[in-house]
Design a protein around this ligand. Sequence first.
Ligand SMILES: NC(=O)C1=CN([C@@H]2O[C@H](COP(=O)(O)OP(=O)(O)OC[C@H]3O[C@@H](n4cnc5c(N)ncnc54)[C@H](O)[C@@H]3O)[C@@H](O)[C@H]2O)C=CC1
Ligand SMILES: CCCCC/C=C\C=C\C(=O)C/C=C\C/C=C\CCCC(=O)O
Length: 263
Amino acid sequence: MQVEGKVALVTGGAEGLGRAFTEALLEAGAKVCFCDVNTEQGESTYTVLKSKYGSDRVIFQKCDVSNQTEMEGKSLNYLFRCTKETFGNIDIVCNNAGIGGEKPPLWGKVVDVNVKGCICGTLLALDYLSTEKGGSGGVIVNISSAGALNINPYGPVYLATKSAILSLSRSFAQNPLACSGGVRVNVLCPSFAETSLVRNISEQNTYDVNVARKFVEHTPSMSPKDVAEAFMELVVDESKNGAVLKCSKEKGKQYCTINVTYS
Ligand SMILES: NC(=O)C1=CN([C@@H]2O[C@H](COP(=O)(O)OP(=O)(O)OC[C@H]3O[C@@H](n4cnc5c(N)ncnc54)[C@H](O)[C@@H]3O)[C@@H](O)[C@H]2O)C=CC1
Ligand SMILES: CCCCC/C=C\C=C\C(=O)C/C=C\C/C=C\CCCC(=O)O
């Protein structure tokens, strides 16, 4: 896909990986609407990006991806509508917003943000991108985790949500809603990257917090820019649909095949 001139929507773009994805898309010539629940950080990032890329190429919207109703404030429905009204079309959607949290009552919020937010964002993206519904096709990249490809005893709930995103994306890639509408659906599975999510590992969002921190310390970490490079490959390469791309500092980019065998 030629990214120049395309329109992208990124959730959770105020900082971390979402900000890096937003910048990579802007760098490649796209117009980008990024959203975040954190207005202060979002506005601050917007100020920087606007002065670098121009106010006609980037917009920031406050939005909580776990908000399913218009009544409660800015929902994903509103975000998609606003992006289309501002830029005229949507070609690229990245469902990135995610949080960690293992213990009650936090884990319910983790499911709402990570799973429901991603499902809602994927369904809306299919609606707006599909050639059968007035769109011009395009690509959805959902953000899972390298942890979803394996087990991790420190974050079972977080990783269950990331496994859900993996299955959701691989399955929608083969679903008629996507296939007949010219929409590719890919999933990125990063290992650890240097962001607030990892810096803020605590008793709330992990089990055995000291062991978890040691595990992180001993796993080489990527910069958000490294992860954005892998993300852009899934956007640009039109041969990739249903692709599962793992990226890590040690091994770089690796496409994964998930085989299910029955005995
Ligand atoms: N940093 C890492 O090592 C890895 C991160 N990931 C995934 O990458 C994604 C981004 O994570 P990071 O950048 O590391 O985290 P981060 O905490 O640095 O950034 C996440 C952003 O999402 C926003 N956000 C949180 N809840 C939201 C909501 N309900 N609605 C809208 N925005 C919301 C936050 O305000 C923040 O700006 C997440 O889905 C995470 O699970 C996956 C693998 C590794
Ligand atoms: C472990 C749960 C912590 C809660 C959220 C904080 C950070 C999340 C980071 C990730 O999503 C990455 C998670 C796990 C990586 C797991 C294994 C990495 C192994 C390295 C590799 O396979 O190359």
